[in-house]
Design a protein. Sequence first.
Length: 162
Amino acid sequence: MSIDGCARAPRLSLALRSFARSLVRSFARYLVDLPGIGYARTSRENIEMWNKFTREFFLHRETLVNVFLLVDSSIEPMEIDVESAKWFGESEIPFTIVYTKMDKKKKKGAGSEENIAAFEERLLEWFEELPRSVRTSSREGVGKGKLLGLISEMRGEWMMDR
């Protein structure tokens, strides 16, 4: 843990670290970045251990206000993202989908809007209505205000419940 309250992660981008620091300072609550397993380069055993740990964390965390499920919009929907959203819904864990990399387009394949539409189509197989979502781009700052507003709103609701 660093002095400013953000965990150190070797491959965490400077922009994301800066954004996380500003959120921690602004809201004086914890934002926890749990291991993502979509592109993890580790053993299957480690992935299963992380999965068990994160599920237990979500199920038994009494102060949990919301989970932000980050989905890379520059690629086709990943099964792990679809399954995670489905599990959050089934487990009645409040979550928001944060579509990232809206400004990126792969040389081959669909664009962000098409990938999001495909992802949401998959979600509608389990959800009557789509979960809340925010579209973001760290390079262009798209969605930053909306995301910060959502966090502020959640913090206000959490404070009133205490």
